[in-house]
Structure formats: C-alpha cells, structure tokens
Design a protein around this ligand. Structure first.
Ligand SMILES: Nc1ncnc2c1ncn2[C@@H]1O[C@H](COP(=O)(O)OP(=O)(O)OP(=O)(O)O)[C@@H](O)[C@H]1O
Length: 663
C-alpha cells in the first residue's frame, strides 16, 4: 500500500508533495489546515501489498484459451486477426485527433501538450508503465493526464497515489509555479510539471459530477483500496469482453461463395465509391467468403457517408448463396426507406425478393409474410423490431444487418446479441456508442471506418439563435425558392399543431404534411412517400426522422425548441440535410436564452462548432461528457468510474486491454 511519510526529505524532487496553504487563495477557499511537507513512502513496499491482493490473472488464462482455440482450429492468423493493423492505426489516429481537437475546442485553449510519459520508478509503475506503453495509442485517445493549466478552480482531479482532490489554483512561489489541490484533510502543493505527469481528470470536460468524498492525504490506505477495487472491476469487464469473443470464435460456418454476378452488381452502383467504401466492401467480402467464423462487423461512418451500399453488398453475397438476410431498422420510416432503396437496388435480380415487415401491418398481412419467409420465398426481409418476435421462423437466415443498434431497447439488443452466436451480423452506426467504440478499438469486434464523405458533399451550415417566426419563415422561403424542401422539427407531438397552423397561415399555397411516432404507420408512410417524391414541400415532424432518412432534395432543417434535444439527436437530425451535392442549412432555434441551462447551451454550441463533415465520433465523445458516466456504461460501471474518476478508469481499462494478446 502506498503511504505518505511526513517530514522526510524527498529522494526525487518529482515525487514529493507539500501540504501547504496557497498564497493567493480567496478567503472562502482558504483551508484551516496544517502546513506540512510530505513525501511518498518506499515504492517497493507499496507494490508488495498491492500485488498480493490481485487475484490470479484471468486475462492471461483467457489469452491461453484463445491461443489454444486458434491453434486447434488451424485457422490462419490473417483470418483471425481481429483488425487489420493499418486500419487500426488509421482508426486510432483519427479518434486521437478528434479527441485532441475536441478537448481543444471544449476548453477553448491551445492544443493539449504532449507530456513525457511517467515512467515509474518502482516495480508497480514499471509493470503498469509497460502496459501503458503498449496501450499508449489507445489510452492517449480516451484517457488523459490533465494539463493543470487548463483546470478551473473547483474541478476534481485524481492523483494516482493519493486519490481524489479538488483543484484550487496555480500559484507562483520562489520563481516556480505550483498546483494546489485540496484533499479532505490537507492542502497539497505540487510542481506544475510533476502535476502534469501525475494528475488525471475526475470528470469528463463539462461534467459536474461530485465524487462521494475527497481522499485523505494522511490516510492513503482508503484510496489504495478504492483504486484496487477499480482495477479489479476493469479487469472483470475486459474478461467479460474476451469471453464474448471466445464464444464467437467457437462458432463455425462454411465461407460463402463469392457470387459470379458480384462484379455486375458492383458496377450497378450509380456512384464512384469512396476509398473507405471500397475498403469496407473488401472487409465484408473477406469476412463472408474467407473466414469460417461468423462476421460481427461494425461499419462506422458519419451520417450520409454511404453505409447502406456496404450493407447491400454483404446482403448480395449472402442471398446469392441461397440464404436470407434480415435488415433491422429502429423506426418504421427508416425501414420503409431501406425497403425502397433495396427493392430498387436489387430490381435487376428477380430471384432476390425484398419484403417489409412492421408493426403497422395487419395480422393477416403478417401471417402471409411469415409463411413466405418460412418457406424461403423471400430473401431480404426489412423491418423494425417486430422482426425479432418469436413468431418469426426463418427458412435459412444467414445475415442480420442492424442499423443504429444503440436505438434499440435492452431486450431487443439481447435478442440481437443472441443472433450473433449463429449468423453473420453487420452493424451500421453513425455515432457509435462508447462501448461499441471500445469493442472496435480493441479488436474484439471488427470495424470498418468510413471517414471520407462522398465527393461534392459540403458541410451543413448551422445557425443557432432565439426563435422568431420571421427568421424561420425567411429560411423556409429561401429553400423553397431554390426548389428544395424543408424539415421542420419539434421535440413534442403537442407542438406540431401550432407550428402547422402558423405555417399554413403564412404559406397557404405550400403543400405540407406531418409525421410523428403516434401517427398510424400507414399515414406516416404516405406522408413520407409524398415528401420523398417532392409533392410535399414542408414536413413538420418530431425526431422520428432523425435516423437515416435520405431525401436529397430536402436541404433546410428548422429545429424549434432545439434546447430540448440531446446532442447526438441534433447531430443525427442535421445529418438529414446536405446529403447530395447541394448545400444544407440547419437552423437551431431556442426559446429564450435566459431560460437555457448551461448544458443546453453547451449542446447547441457544440453542434454549431462541429459543423465540418465527419464529426460523428467527436460528437459521440462530447455527448458522453455532457450526459455523464451513466450514458457510457451500465449502472455497475458507473459506480466503478465514480470511484476512481474517468481518466484513471480509462487508463486502467487500456492497461488491461493491452494485456490481451492479438492472435
Ligand atoms: N460514393 C458515393 N458517391 C455519391 N453519393 C453516394 C455515395 N455513396 C452513397 N451515396 C449517396 O449518399 C446518400 C447517403 O447514403 P446512405 O443513406 O447510405 O448514408 P448512411 O451512411 O447510411 O447515412 P445515415 O447514417 O444518415 O443513415 C444516399 O443518397 C446515397 O445514394
């Protein structure tokens, strides 16, 4: 256990703490605490206690099992490699860059300095240092040592050896700057460069979570226990992930044949694929036609970057070999759109029959469809979660495509997970949930990234302002004048009637329609079809249209009461416009600035800032910062994170992950 011994001279100036009263503290921050000098005890003694408490390493046991499995199956390493190294590098690079940029923007500060690594001077530090070096790329993207100069008074920080404290200020003394941190029983003083190496953030930027309590400088044993608990929890989480991976590797199915008509099908795509689309085509083709393990691939691409075509290539391979494919969409509207796009794309192949199955259909219609599916008369079945019901019996299901998995409920996700044990699964996501991000990062799940937009795509112009009817109308008129269409989005169904009335009064000759979740699905479908073909010019709707809707001629979006939407939601909504070569405009109108919470302001600010193409990952990260731990992990993990703080949690996570071999 690491302890702090009072008054002994420090052997290394970078390892000592001072209990101190900061010279420039405001009176209310001033602590009535002893002013003493402390330093760390023998690091070797510290290790002995910590390592003795760590149970046998589950990760290495699992590593061995995995290696044995790979050997037994005699599968080539290329076929089992979780992620192509070059692709992984590019992925990590991108995430890291976005994180760096994000932090810079969040704190409106210069780029985060790259601090020298803290190479430990004791055994434990060395062990962890090795892990850190291996996992450096990953850790530096999500876990951070904090730059003390960027801290604001009152922010919580974590010192690995001492625990959770509250940053008070930086103050100069004898020509050197010191960082003052308030602990439960004393004030610590730390040289700035040392603090830069030793301090972690407790919260994500903009998050205001309070730790249960501050650690005590004079009683480091409590912190040691807390840290150890966190470490074990992280290890358990990694072991669980590996178990899942192991289960998947045990599954086998014969590789699919590459269809003879594959080249023809590819040539019928009306666009020149982007380089990332091409890579994703190669990835899924390899998964399906070369591997014997079912595919579990995530296609991460920003809104409108062309993920649907990747899914259709996978579907083509599977159905050409006589299997069925199921496409799950989170909303009826999106299911309808996928159905239309796929019916059109596969129209040259009369043997490939596409159907849609949703809660909107009558019992007779559904029964008829189920019979056709069971008899193998339908090859591609598109639908909502209604497809996951027990009644559904497939003839020969080979592939499941899941669009925006995070939008499904817990039970539906469990059902989706159960499919992964036996069939190939392709998941499409524009704003990956952090867990998905980990899986992709660590190779437990394969991922293809689509970070290049289709050519001629231009970033959507985003304006945030207080609502006025005049501003909304002038934006609408501008779009109508250039022959385009408008989405008018409100957060609640209740608001739709008022908006519709105001629009009808102001623009009596313009055809408009409404769409929301409580509307009978058939009516929504009708409204969307009319909007899609241009008959309807303005669609007044709720966020029901946020996922995946692709209407190239609709390039202005008005969002009223924008303060009531989540960040990821706003990002997805904005992604509905500017999906062709035409410039898109999004107007985010809030009701009254004086009533806006700081969080709502942050959200609107973030969405305005991240207007460039391809910011989905960054928005996902920022969203975590705003919504907090709970959104990142389940309840259990939230507690573990709250124990040690976000950065140390990530640090431990990446240390554990770096101990997992690649096979
Ligand atoms: N390489 C390309 N060049 C030009 N346009 C393309 C290309 N690939 C796809 N598109 C078009 O871009 C639009 C968006 O594609 P798609 O719907 O597949 O995006 P997505 O990645 O699924 O987006 P979202 O996350 O919003 O659902 C579609 O109209 C599609 O036809």
């Amino acid at each position: 256990m690491a302890t702090l011994i009072p008054r002994a001279p420090p052997p290394n100036p970078h390892r000592h703490f001072l209990l101190h009263r900061p010279p420039t503290l405001s009176p209310q921050l001033r602590l009535r605490l002893p002013v003493r000098r402390l330093r760390l005890a023998s690091p070797v003694a510290a290790i002995a206690t910590v390592t003795a408490a760590v149970p046998p390493d589950d990760i290495s046991q699992l590593n061995n099992r995995l290696r044995a499995l790979v050997r037994r199956r005699g599968v080539s390493s290329a076929a089992t490699s979780p992620m192509d190294p070059a692709q992984a590098d590019a992925y990590l690079h991108m995430i890291r860059e976005q994180q760096r940029l994000g932090l810079r923007q969040l704190r409106r500060h210069a780029a985060e300095p790259e601090y020298e690594r803290d190479v430990g001077s004791n055994a434990e530090d060395e062990e962890e240092g090795a892990g850190r070096r291996k996992g450096m790329a990953a850790r530096s993207s999500l876990g951070h040592r904090v730059d003390p100069r960027e801290l604001e008074p009152g922010e919580y920080v974590v010192h690995k050896k001492v625990g959770v404290g509250k940053f008070v200020c930086i103050s100069g003394e004898d020509g050197e700057d010191y960082v003052f941190i308030q602990y439960a029983d004393a004030m610590a003083k730390l040289a700035v460069d040392q603090a830069a190496r030793m301090l972690y953030r407790y919260n994500l930027p903009h998050e205001k979570k309070r730790p249960r309590n501050l650690s005590k400088l004079n009683d480091p044993s409590t912190w040691e226990k807390r840290r150890l608990k966190g470490k074990l929890a992280v290890q358990k989480m990694v072991v669980n992930l590996m178990e899942l991976y192991l289960q998947r590797m045990r599954q086998r199915r014969p590789p699919y044949r590459k269809p003879e008509a594959m080249d023809q099908f590819a040539s019928e795509f009306p666009y020149e694929p982007t380089p990332d689309q091409n890579q994703a085509f190669i990835d899924i083709e390899n998964d399906l036609t070369e591997r014997e393990t079912p595919m579990d691939r995530l296609i991460c691409g920003d809104v409108g970057f062309g993920k649907t075509e990747v899914a259709m290539r996978a579907i083509f391979i599977v159905v050409s070999t006589g299997y069925q494919a199921m496409v799950l969409a989170p909303t009826v509207i999106l299911a309808n759109q996928h159905y239309d796009v796929m019916s059109e794309r596969f129209s040259n192949y009369p043997d490939i029959k596409v159907a849609i199955f949703s809660g909107a259909q009558s019992k007779d219609e559904k029964d008829e469809l189920i019979t056709k599916i069971t008899n193998g008369h339908l090859q591609i079945i598109v639908g909502t979660h209604a497809l996951l019901t027990e009644r559904m019996a497939y003839n020969n299901l080979g592939l499941l495509v899941v669009d925006e998995e995070q939008k499904f409920g817990v039970q539906q996700k469990e059902k989706i997970a159960s499919f992964k044990a036996s069939i190939d699964v392709l998941t499409l996501s524009a704003t990956p949930i952090p867990r998905t991000l980990y899986l992709a990062l660590t190779g437990f799940r394969d991922a293809s990234l689509m970070s290049t937009p289709p050519p001629e795509r231009v970033a959507v112009k985003t304006y945030v302002s207080a609502f006025s009817r005049e501003s909304a109308l002038s934006a609408i008129k501008l779009e109508l004048k250039r022959g385009g269409q408008v989405f008018y989005v409100v957060p609640r169904i209740k608001a739709i009637d008022d908006v519709l009335q105001f629009l009808k009064d102001s623009l009596p000759d313009v055809p408009m329609a409404i769409a929301h979740g409580k509307k009978v699905s058939k009516n929504i479908q009708l409204a969307m079809e009319k909007f899609s073909c241009g008959e309807i010019k303005i669609l007044v709707c709720t966020h029901i249209i946020e996922s995946g809707i692709d209407i190239p001629n609709a390039n202005t979006m008005i969002v009223q009461y924008a303060e009531l939407f989540g960040l990821a939601q706003l990002y997805q909504l904005r992604g509905r416009v500017g999906r062709s070569g035409r410039e898109g405009f999004t107007y985010l109108f809030y009701t009254d600035k004086s009533l806006l919470s700081r969080i709502a302001m942050d959200r609107l600010g973030a969405i305005e800032e991240h207007s460039d193409l391809g910011q989905g990952f960054h928005v996902a990260e920022k969203d975590m910062g705003i919504r907090g731990f709970g959104s990142m992990f389940g309840e259990q993990q939230s507690g573990d994170v709250a124990n040690v703080g976000i950065d140390l949690f990530f640090d431990m996570l990446f240390d554990s992950l770096s101990k997992v071999s690649s096979f």
